[in-house]
Design a binder for this molecule. Sequence first.
Ligand code: RBZ
Ligand code: NIO
Length: 360
Amino acid sequence: MDLIEQTIASVPPLDEAAMRDARDHQARLTKPPGSLGVLEEVSVRLAGLAGCCPPPMPEPAAVAVFAADHGVHAQGVTPWPQEVTAQMVANFLAGGAVVNAFAAQVGAGVSVVDIGVAADLDAAPGLIRRKVAHGTADLARGPAMTDGEARRAMEVGIEVARDLVAEGAACLVTGDMGIANTTASAALIAAFTGLPPERVTGRGTGIDDATHARKVEVVRTALALHGLPAEDGADPLGVLAAVGGLEHAAIAGFVLGAASLRVPVVLDGVIAGAAALAAAALCPRALGACVAGHRSAEPGHTAAVDALGLRPLVDLELRLGEGTGALLALPLVQGAVRVLHEVATFDSAGVSGKDAGPRN
Ligand SMILES: Cc1cc2ncn([C@H]3O[C@H](COP(=O)(O)O)[C@@H](O)[C@H]3O)c2cc1C
Ligand SMILES: O=C(O)c1cccnc1
């Protein structure tokens, strides 16, 4: 068995007994039952993922920013030059991007992975050099990647998850950088959800009406060219290779890697949502490890989280990527688990339960 199959085979189902313990414990804490809303569900799921209650605190956290370029850039789907991908990698490494500021704010480490930047990058402290190809080919004219490249990128994602956890991370966070990657994301989301291109194709970094219309047509052309969505359902790796990006494949692997290690993974926006659809198509159990950090302004992202059955924790109209929205959600995930560790029960604190007092 190779690394991808091995990883998929080792993703455990959620532990029902641990989830029951977490629900029972939530009911005994000094607060009205259910009063922490969605955060109670998060705490229960992370107990199921860990297989114990309380689950380990999801800290320290580590965000991995997977950077890659896209052949579909040639179709004029974004106003930004392709070089911005490599330039932003340098910015991440220098600590100057929004992802660095938000990671500092929530105490997360930042790793930057060259999974497929077109330019050859200089070695730099903090850069994980795992280039699988110098960008993808144009998905509107042929397959974006070979199956081998998609597999290799997915393996790198698994390996990065494994390495970060070995270094002490107890929570993983997805990040991406790749000019034109919202086009590949839209194509993946259309392919996996069956929704039409106009429903899932957004304005990315901010494009005018004419560029948006072209972007929708590029996605439509690509789907027709590759026969997607496939009649007979999924060959998820084939879909990734046809219309995905190297960072999508890597993030899909990162999700599988996290799930196989019973470590939660907070998903960022539309790129992570598209990648998670691929991961879930390969291994539905991997969804047990996924927390949707935020709802991106991209319409395809809402389509993706709806299809995955995930509820985003934060909704701030962000449309940046890099891991920024997921990082903002991290304290919510950590707070949800801290409640199970630290909040007193009615018994231990001597607080009367709802029906304990005199009635009148
Ligand atoms: C300066 C800059 C920093 C970014 N950081 C993330 N993105 C985000 O925008 C890009 C996708 O949008 P589109 O498909 O419209 O090109 C990706 O690189 C994504 O990570 C950025 C984009 C820019 C320009
Ligand atoms: O949803 C995202 O993460 C996103 C949106 C626009 C551009 N880049 C990323």
